[in-house]
Design a protein. Structure first.
Length: 50
């Protein structure tokens, strides 16, 4: 079974990408399979350091 976690807010600079990356990292450390997609134009999460 899959679970979808969505993080959204229209306000600029509210830390959406940072929160999403930290949640994905924490879930991965707990042994979950994580697929992260970012629509943020300036810093896609797929290009962040591991």
């Amino acid at each position: 079974m899959s679970t979808v976690i969505a993080i959204l807010n229209q306000k600029k600079g509210s830390g959406k990408t940072t929160i999403a990356i930290n949640i994905a990292h924490a879930l991965k450390q707990e042994g979950y399979t994580v697929f992260s997609v970012s629509l943020h134009a300036h810093l896609p999460s797929s290009r962040c350091p591991k």
